[in-house]
Design a protein around this ligand. Structure first.
Ligand code: C5P
Length: 408
């Protein structure tokens, strides 16, 4: 019962995904949570208070000025009662109101009054999610400390395909477990880089590599499950970000370096999993290069910045972890990289073995530190990520003087 004794205030706002909230309440309660539901006026168009009352076994609140409900538990008391305010689904309108600090209905008032964490699971049409106004509101909410769970990409109720689907109830519950159950990395801020980078030659061509981003995304998920507050700086991949992780999307190595450096000061841990392109074209042509001009045949390349080494160079007490793919002298090459880049730990895999690495679901790595090696035999990328997370947690714990820059 990972949520035993935890009190969750579930705000439901008016989107079609609201039909999934009775299942969400049941799953939260099955894990031991006490769930009180607040329904917005438009949410009542999609799911009834009667249903939610039956599954939560508590009266459902809808109105700020309901005298009887206020007499039983005033809204400020309700805000204090909650260990977590979870809004699922959170509509574009709800995100806008939260970002502005509105307080003209029960849910928005509760969000202003609570001192507990607030998590939102957005759900909306993909164009609404990608609209600059929503992007602005979500950025504001993240800066205010609101935890954004998802959304997932896929088929939408409107028939379109894209980002904006609410995470499934079981995914939301897993994220809530991570938020409310302290793990070995609770209070730690961690940054992960993942995926390939793309280095443009012209508006239609680029240099890149086969990285799928799967190992980096698994790493971000494992660190978040261990309680870390994770920022994932991701190159172009087609993966759904793990719940509860902040994603910064980039394309080129230089953009990745900028995104990392802008946020590195507050991070206790950095894990560089990205397959950063070693070189980029010296110049990206502004127009598509013509085959006949011969320009595509010889491309001048310049070296990209080494992001993990740049982080290590400024590290202070930060723990810096790298990944490496080698085809020969695996351990010796990894040791050399560990020292040359100034890393604390490097996870190296032998990519000459075709059954692991790049686009697959499996990996096998050797963890190399100054003190020695530990081999993790072929298993899923998620298991690999969990094993590395355990190792990171024990390395951090061993540093008795380690400072946690900011607790959640
Ligand atoms: O040198 P190599 O690419 O093998 O090193 C791998 C490690 O260095 C990985 O952790 C990778 O994310 C990081 N790296 C980087 N920036 C680069 C090249 C590699 O952060 N330009």
């Amino acid at each position: 019962m990972p949520l035993a004794g935890k009190r969750i205030l579930l705000g439901v706002t008016g989107g079609i995904a609201a039909y999934k909230t009775p299942a969400l309440v049941r799953l939260l309660r099955a894990e031991g949570a006490d769930v009180a539901v607040v329904l917005s006026r438009s949410a009542a168009q999609f799911v009834t208070a009667t249903t939610l009352q039956a599954v939560s076994n508590r009266p459902v609140r809808t109105d700020l000025f309901d005298a009887a409900a206020e007499a039983a538990m005033g809204h400020i008391e309700l805000a204090r009662w909650a260990d977590l305010v979870l809004i699922a689904p959170a509509t574009a309108h709800c995100l806008m109101r939260l970002a502005q600090g509105a307080a003209d209905d029960l849910l928005s008032t509760l969000c202003l009054a609570t001192t507990s964490p607030i998590a939102v699971a957005p759900a909306m049409n993909n164009r609404m999610w990608l609209h600059p106004a929503t992007v602005r509101n979500v950025a504001r909410l993240r800066a205010d400390g609101v935890i954004v769970l998802g959304p997932a990409s896929g088929e939408q109720a409107c028939g379109e395909v894209g980002p904006g689907r609410m995470l499934e109830p079981d995914e939301i519950v897993r994220a809530v477990d991570g938020l409310l159950t302290p793990g070995p990395l609770t209070g730690i801020k961690a940054m992960v880089t993942a995926g390939p980078t793309r280095e443009p030659l012209d508006p239609v061509r680029y240099i890149s590599n086969h990285s799928s981003g799967k190992q980096g995304y698994a790493m971000a998920a494992a660190l978040a499950a261990a309680g870390a507050q994770v920022t994932l700086v991701s190159g172009p991949v087609s993966l759904t970000p793990p719940a509860g992780v902040d994603v910064v999307s980039v394309t080129t190595a230089c953009e990745m370096l900028d995104a990392v450096m802008a946020r590195i000061a507050e991070q206790t841990l950095f894990v560089g999993v990205a397959a950063v392109a070693d070189y980029r074209p010296a110049r990206a042509a502004p127009q598509k290069m013509k085959k006949r001009s011969g320009a595509v045949r010889a491309v001048e390349l310049v070296e990209n910045p080494d992001i993990v080494a740049a982080v290590a160079a400024t590290k202070g007490k930060r723990l810096v972890v790298g990944f490496a793919a080698e085809t020969e002298d695996t351990i010796a090459n990894a040791r050399d990289k560990l020292v040359r880049k100034g890393l604390d730990l490097i996870a190296v895999n032998d990519v000459s073995d075709r059954t692991i690495g790049f686009e697959g679901e499996h990996n096998a790595v050797t963890l190399v530190t100054e003190d020695g090696c530990e081999h993790i035999a072929r298993t899923s990328k998620h298991e690999i990520a969990r094993a590395i997370t355990d190792r990171i947690a024990s390395m951090l714990a061993a540093r008795g003087d380690f400072e946690i820059p900011s607790a959640r």
